[in-house]
Design a protein around this ligand. Structure first.
Ligand SMILES: Cc1cc2nc3c(=O)[nH]c(=O)nc-3n(C[C@H](O)[C@H](O)[C@H](O)COP(=O)(O)OP(=O)(O)OC[C@H]3O[C@@H](n4cnc5c(N)ncnc54)[C@H](O)[C@@H]3O)c2cc1C
Length: 385
């Protein structure tokens, strides 16, 4: 009997699954990849793109050849509904698609609830492809503007890197540009060591980026901050963290109170055994796990192994992250801050390492496809069962 296996979302977490399928086909299955757009952007390189270090093609991965090599049918559509009991997905096209086994990795959505009034001035960082188009159009459209006020909202790693990237982007072209970064009252880079947070603040200050610790609410043409300050803005980049998509909350799949899919270490839904999930869309019930590309990518091979194990009726593997994760934060000038537990360092070496890691990741999923569409992709390291 042929079983239908569906991957929903073509981002960081599912790339290793496609590679796994390309290496070793899943017998007696019909495989689908349903995703919003044909290209997926490697988000870690977005600040470097903003700063002018990369071309768009350097960070975009074409999913069509990957799906082809994985023997998967590529469907470009949004998942807008899920009925986990009937094992049905509803797509933005209106089509209902049945599955035997489903893996969800559609990522989070940018939380813009307090910024919506900004209208066209608001640029959520996700979807990354849309952000890239809108940012390019914004710079082109303002090429002769006498002044430019850009604010980044969100004091996490993405917000800090994007503020520094934006500062680098406007430095030479716009003599009268002002960049602001608004972080919550808790400060920058929550979860990182104090020395990393200080280093990041020093980098922002060095680049004349005004940093505010306050809650921001968007109006038609400004940001109203909870400390009473009003910032006039031409563009607001929202890097405000992930919220769960509404269709998940309505689905009946067990989620936490914020709407993220409840999974154990084996990445299987705690309520529906035919559904797995990984990346920004999950809430681990067995431990705290921050939403990051590192975890989405490293969970990918485990996800691949567990989809296979479920079909074969064998034991599942677990994704157990290392106790410390290395983060390399781009500072917009071909330098980076390295953050690893309490260790902090910065310099050109950190950028060189980040650039090497990031380019290697994208190359893994683009080069094989470009040279020979029938050549199998290198699978991620298979976890021990
Ligand atoms: C600017 C920026 C920089 C970052 N830098 C880093 C970094 O340096 N290091 C790090 O560890 N993390 C970083 N992150 C976080 C990282 O991007 C995420 O944690 C990671 O992308 C999560 O992977 P994912 O597979 O869950 O989702 P994604 O990679 O976002 O993939 C989701 C996929 O699903 C598709 N999709 C979305 N909605 C639907 C739908 N309804 N139906 C079908 N398809 C859908 C999308 O098109 C996309 O292909 C950064 C994030 C941003 C915004």
């Amino acid at each position: 009997m042929t079983r239908r296996v569906i991957l929903a979302g073509g981002g960081h977490a599912h790339l290793a699954v496609l590679a796994d399928w390309a290496c070793a086909p899943l017998p007696d299955t019909e495989r689908w990849l349903i995703t919003s757009s044909r290209h997926t952007a490697y988000s870690g390189m977005l600040p470097g793109w903003l700063a002018g270090h990369y071309r768009a093609g350097d960070l975009l991965i074409d999913l069509a050849p990957l799906a082809q090599q994985a023997g998967a049918q590529l469907v470009i559509a949004d998942v807008v509904g899920l009925d986990p009991d009937r094992q049905l997905l509803t797509l933005s096209s209106g089509e209902e698609v049945a599955f035997d086994l489903l893996s969800l990795a559609t990522g989070g959505e940018t939380n813009t609830s307090s910024l919506a009034q900004l209208g066209d001035r608001l640029m959520p960082v996700r979807p990354v492809g849309t952000f890239m188009e809108r940012w390019s159009a914004f710079l082109d459209g303002n090429a002769h503007a006498p002044s430019l006020n850009i604010a980044v909202v969100g004091g996490g790693a993405a917000g800090v890197e994007l503020a520094l990237g934006a500062a680098a982007a406007v430095k030479h072209t716009f003599t009268n540009a002002r960049i602001s970064l608004v972080s919550s009252e808790q400060g920058l880079l929550a979860g990182h060591a104090p020395a990393v947070r200080e280093r990041a603040l020093a980098e922002l200050t060095r680049r004349d980026i005004a940093v505010h610790f306050a809650h921001a609410v968007g109006t038609e043409d400004s940001l109203r901050l909870s400390d009473g300050i009003g910032l006039p803005v031409d563009c607001v980049i929202a890097a405000t963290g992930s919220k769960a998509p509404q269709w998940l909350a309505r689905s009946g799949l067990t989620c936490n109170e914020a709407g993220f899919v409840a999974v154990g270490a084996d990445l299987r839904s705690t309520s529906h055994s035919s559904i797995f999930a990984a990346g920004d869309i999950i809430n681990r019930t067995d431990r705290k796990l921050e939403r990051s590309g590192v975890h989405a990518v490293k969970a990918g091979p485990v996800l691949a192994a567990n989809l296979r194990a479920t079909l074969h009726g064998t034991a599942l593997s677990q994704y157990q992250p290392r106790s410390r994760t290395l983060y390399l934060l781009a500072t917009g000038d071909k330098r980076a801050i390295a953050s690893w537990g309490q260790f902090v360092s910065a310099g050109r070496w950190a950028w060189a390492l980040k650039d090497w890691i990031d380019r290697r990741f994208v190359r893994r999923y683009t080069q094989a496809a470009r040279h020979d569409p029938n050549m199998p992709l290198p699978a991620g390291k298979r976890p021990a069962a």
